[in-house]
Design a protein around this ligand. Structure first.
Ligand code: GLA
Length: 347
């Protein structure tokens, strides 16, 4: 009841503002009525922001889009969500966003080496550019000078490595019976920094270097990770206990599925992902799997805050910071419901 009256009050106030904005627009321009869902920008035409992601099927990117949608509603701009799943699609999709009237582009590109071409295209079509998650690189492999919002990858990798060590000690596993598998995707900087961080912390915790096996995945999805992990498992059939790390949840989930098909019991596997998205599937299962936990990232900051930055840039000329790093928090079966509730995330 309370909520109802609060909402209708909000609605009335919102409507009042929209009417006032319409009245102002009406004086200066004879434009079609702005579309519903928010107030108009001061110029009279609605701000348009495009948000391109590389893997729309991954829950992480769905969450980013969801929070971007909330920003669009709150701030009153039009959001254009576009998927570009391989390099060939990127430039045509940017062209398409520009043709639809976008003034700004937020992108997590499927290929960071397209950096210079993306920058040139945005310049040509007069689009402001902000990257999220994966940072653009130039021909020399160095990051391009484009505002970026990404995770503090190395530090988050360290957290994974430390948590693996802690859980291994808790279970009393002997180092000589244990190996660590790291599903890697080293051509992507944020991925390599994460897995390097996990390895660094495992070694710092006393884990023997020669018991750490990298499993390079060809594609960053569950089949890609499962295939990569299967090779390492085939070559190391005498290992009793496995620790598993990767760049994200899908990277460890595929590896956990691989341990299952090798009939390795779930209590002999400790896997910790990053994202806090597809790992939830396993955390929710009544019987524990090898998936022990994940580092929950801040999708809201990547989806909502990036849009706010872009909106302020377009409407107020306020340039976003060159770099914004976000962090994460370990979720396990014990705490995930509480943490997701605190973060306002569904579970
Ligand atoms: C990369 C990964 C995603 C997610 C984001 C977080 O883009 O592919 O799964 O981890 O980074 O920034």
């Amino acid at each position: 009841m309370h909520t109802g009256s609060f909402l209708s009050k909000m609605f009335v106030t919102g409507l009042g503002l929209t009417m006032a904005a319409l009245a102002l627009v009406g004086c200066s321009e004879n434009k079609a009525a702005p579309s519903s869902g928010g107030s108009t920008a001061s110029s009279g035409s609605k701000t348009k922001i495009a948000f391109i992601v590389k893997q729309p099927e991954e829950p992480w990117f769905q969450l980013e889009w969801k929070f971007a949608g909330e920003a669009a509603k709150d701030l009153g701009f039009d959001l254009i969500t576009i998927a570009a799943t391989d390099g060939d699609q990127v430039l045509p999709k940017i062209e398409n966003a520009a043709a639809q009237g976008a003034q700004g582009l937020i992108i997590c590109t499927p290929d960071v080496k397209l950096g210079p071409a993306i920058v040139a295209k945005c310049k040509e079509r007069n689009l402001k550019l902000l990257t999220v998650d994966d940072q653009l690189v130039g021909p020399d492999g160095k990051f391009l000078d484009v505002p970026h919002v990404g995770i503090s990858a190395h530090k988050i990798g360290n957290t994974v490595g430390q948590a693996l060590m802690e859980e291994m000690k808790k279970r009393g596993w002997k180092p000589e019976e244990t190996a660590m598998m790291v599903v890697t995707y080293e051509q992507l900087d944020t991925a390599r920094e994460r897995t390097d961080g996990a390895i660094e912390s495992a070694e710092a915790g006393g884990f023997p270097k020669d018991k750490i096996f990298k499993a390079p995945e060809k594609t960053t999805d569950i089949p890609g990770s499962r295939d990569a992990a299967s090779v390492v498992l085939t070559q190391n059939q005498k290992v009793k206990n496995w620790l598993i790390a990767s760049m994200n949840d899908t990277g460890v989930m595929g590896a956990v599925r691989a341990t299952e098909s090798f009939n390795i019991p779930a209590d002999r596997v400790i896997a910790i992902g990053i994202n806090g998205d597809s790992a939830l599937e396993d955390l929710k299962k009544p019987t524990p799997t090898g998936l022990f936990g994940s580092i929950l990232l801040q999708a809201k900051r990547h989806g909502y805050e990036t849009c706010k930055m872009m909106y302020d840039w377009i409407t107020k000329g306020q340039e976003p910071p060159k770099i914004t790093y976000t962090d994460g928090i370990l979720i396990t079966r014990e705490n995930y419901i509480k943490v997701l509730d605190e973060q306002g995330l569904p579970h």
